[in-house]
Design a protein around this ligand. Structure first.
Ligand code: SF4
Length: 336
């Protein structure tokens, strides 16, 4: 039978497990090959994932399984996303949804985020986890490549309350050459759909000389959907097959973003230590309303939350944030 979760629409059965190698089909039913097995579960700050506009300053439990439906040539998670899942399975953690929720509670997490690999390859386990999270009032988020079918996208939206979508380029030619899928169209369709019904942030990993010339068009695409979508431009240090690629110049990429900043209200440029472009400015008066520290390599954290009831303290403009600052967040104390 055909798997309808993502646009590969693989023919699967008891022996054939699709491009992702994560599903089987038996008597007309799709089964997960490794249910409730997790390659990792750990504690993180939500800004590090990155989510900059979701419960700022909160702790989150991050999760992953194995495999992916993309084959990115520069993948920095190749050891888990591109390896054979059957080889990983014996060393993975077997945890029920209730086990995970208990752990998250114990660690004072305010959400659960699937962030290591593509959630589309583990949907049944994530659907089960959703039920436990809902019972515990823990919102769920994920990082996704959004290559789902329309039905798959609705399934994702039924599980996750917030998304960070990896929009890796803006042309089918790029997706074909560097990602290994024939078309970008389903991704663009799904960004539009998810942004209409859920909190969405978007991340574009920028690779010097490869997709840096896509930045302006990507900003225009996002602005056409909603100028308040937070956009993370990620300075990518390519891995896997592209280890020898040049590291992006911070100044050159930053200059390219000047025009994007006139289209989108929240353009962030990070994934390197000490970035100056990780703060949220009020779209109305320009005040710094959320300040962060960039520690590089997904280590960002909240520094100050200068809003009252998610509104700029200077001009009162609403700042779009899902939830509000975590009640246990402690501002940095500046010594005189
Ligand atoms: S999730 Fe995608 S890649 Fe995996 S079996 Fe289904 S259609 Fe194929």
């Amino acid at each position: 039978m055909r798997c309808g979760f993502c646009e590969w629409r693989c023919e699967i059965d008891e022996q054939r497990h699709g491009v992702c190698q994560m599903y089987s089909a038996r008597q007309g039913v799709i089964e997960e090959r490794f249910p409730n097995r997790w390659s990792t579960y750990s504690l993180s700050r939500i800004e590090a994932l990155p989510f900059y506009h979701v419960i700022p300053g909160s702790r989150t439990m991050t999760l992953g399984t194995t495999s992916c439906n993309f084959k990115c040539r520069y993948c920095s998670n190749a050891y888990v996303a591109l390896a054979d899942p059957a080889e990983h399975a014996p060393s993975m953690y077997e945890m029920t949804p209730d086990d995970l929720v208990r752990q998250a509670r114990k660690l004072s997490c305010r959400s659960m985020v699937f962030n290591v690999n593509e959630p589309t390859v583990s949907l049944p386990s994530l659907l089960a986890l959703k039920r436990s999270c809902e019972a515990a009032s823990l919102p769920m988020g994920c990082l996704t490549n959004a290559y789902t079918t329309e039905e798959g996208t609705e399934l994702l939206a039924s599980i996750f309350d917030f998304f960070n979508i990896g929009l890796k380029g803006i042309t089918s030619a790029f997706y074909k050459e560097y990602i290994g899928v024939p078309r970008i169209d389903p991704v663009l369709r799904n960004v539009r759909r998810l942004a209409a019904i859920r909190h969405v942030e978007v991340t574009t990993p920028v690779i010097q000389g490869v997709n840096d010339d896509h930045l302006q068009e990507t900003a225009e695409f996002l602005a056409g959907i909603d100028p308040e979508i937070p956009w993370h431009v990620f300075r990518l240090l390519p891995e896997h097959e592209m280890k020898t690629a040049e590291y992006p110049s911070i100044d050159a990429v930053n200059d390219m973003l000047d025009s994007a900043r006139t289209l989108l209200k929240h353009v962030y440029f990070h994934n390197f230590v000490g970035s100056n472009w990780v703060n949220t400015r009020c779209p109305q008066c320009g005040e710094n309303v959320i300040e962060r520290i960039s520690l590089g390599c997904g280590g960002d954290r909240l520094d100050r939350f200068n809003c009252t009831d998610n509104r700029c303290r200077k001009c009162g403009r609403e700042i779009r944030v899902l939830g509000t600052v975590a009640p246990d967040f402690v501002e940095r104390v500046v010594c005189a």
